[in-house]
Write a protein that binds this ligand. Structure first.
Ligand code: F6P
Length: 367
């Protein structure tokens, strides 16, 4: 029997609804080629670097029905950068070491032809560096934040917006009953897409996003006018990365080994304090949605986009389109070079029509 060619699949960075649908799409498409098999590396590239390695056979049996499930059957990690890999010394202390050569050797020794890396911006930067070192690699973009510029949408984003909108709807009725100002904090890091889409879908009075720093006095005026006009309640959506004019985002430095970054959280409470200090008389309550936005079942759109990306990624392996990433542009599934994909973030532009429409229906950005 002729040995099958092998493709390695992994998921890296934060989880996102739709990851399992990509994995299943790859496996089902590969099955149509009689001479290919699919292997998963657990927890991004860590599965290859662990001693012993942690791999999973990916076939019809292990992936049946997983497109409906959130999370990832391959698990994931934010501490899986092979160029800065947390490695334990003999005395138990830790150091950061470049394990990229070891990783590539191990992948070659396993007889793997190609790698499909499903991950966000950080993961695709790693893909590009490994590609430059000669690894046959293809990227699949994922993130609920929708901040990857080389694709019109990433899967997971619309599920996050749906979850946020469902929560927002619930906060509207309680805001109305109590004549309160309700602040709902959503994710998105430095991009305001989840907040903006949720504000339009839910009918928020105020939407605060990182791309448009706010003036607290303008928000207080907007709240006062609404109360004066007889509508005794206000619903605000605030993106976790939003900040006042001249101010900074709310959060703290996380020093998790191998995942040092600024952790954004708490802007809802900061905003609440700023509103009171600026003279807002209404009762205010805060809700932080947090990781609920990343969990659970992907909505149909995200399952479909993820499946199309999975099929496309495997076909890119067949075509040896290494150094490229799947993309959804102008309603078509296509591919873009990893290099161009990681060059620019997808922030909300000044002239984005969503901003125009949101303002037209009375949503204030406090700017
Ligand atoms: O990038 C996705 C995201 O959910 C961001 O919206 C958020 O800031 C971050 O990840 C949270 O990361 P973690 O799960 O590591 O706290």
């Amino acid at each position: 029997m002729v040995a099958k060619k092998k493709v390695l699949v992994l998921t890296g960075g934060g989880d996102c609804p739709g990851l399992n649908a990509v994995i299943r799409g790859i496996v089902k498409r590969a099955k149509k080629e009689k001479d290919w098999s699919v292997i998963g590396s657990m927890e991004a590239f860590n599965g290859i670097l662990y001693e012993p390695m942690q791999l999973m056979k990916l076939n019809n049996k292990t992936t049946a029905g997983i497109h409906v499930r959130g999370g990832t059957i391959l698990k994931t990690t934010n501490k899986g950068n092979p160029f800065e890999f947390p490695t334990q010394n003999k005395d138990g202390s830790w150091r950061i070491a470049d394990q990229s050569d070891e990783l590539i050797n191990r992948i070659h020794n396993l007889g793997i032809e190609a790698v499909i890396n499903i991950g966000g911006d950080g993961s695709q930067r790693i893909s590009q560096k490994l590609f430059e070192k000669g690894l046959n690699i293809i990227g699949v973009p994922k993130t609920i934040d929708n901040d990857v510029s080389a694709t019109d949408f990433t899967f997971g984003f619309r599920t996050a917006v749906q979850i946020a909108t469902d929560s927002f709807d619930k906060l509207v009725t309680t805001a109305e009953s109590h004549h309160r100002v309700m602040i709902m904090e959503v994710m998105g890091r430095d991009a305001g897409w989840i907040a903006l889409h949720t504000a339009i879908a839910g009918g928020a009075e105020v939407c605060l996003i990182p791309e448009r720093p706010y003036d607290i006095n303008k928000i207080v005026d907007h709240i006062n006018q609404r109360y004066k006009g007889g509508k005794g309640f206000v619903n605000i959506v605030v993106a976790e990365g939003a900040r006042p004019k001249g101010g900074t985002a709310t959060g703290e430095q996380s020093d998790e080994m191998g995942y040092e970054h600024q952790r954004l959280r708490g802007v809802a409470f900061a905003l609440s304090a700023q509103l009171k200090a600026a003279g807002c008389q209404a009762d205010i309550r805060e809700t932080v949605l947090g990781h609920t936005q990343r969990g659970g079942t992907p909505i149909a759109f995200d399952r479909i986009l993820a499946t199309l990306f999975g099929v496309k990624a495997f076909e890119m392996v067949l075509d040896k389109e290494y150094g490229y990433m799947t993309s959804y542009k102008n309603n078509k599934i296509t591919s873009v070079s990893l290099k161009s994909a990681i060059g620019e973030y997808n922030f909300i532009k000044e002239d984005d029509y969503h901003i125009h429409a949101a303002k037209a229906i009375g949503i204030s950005f406090g700017d």
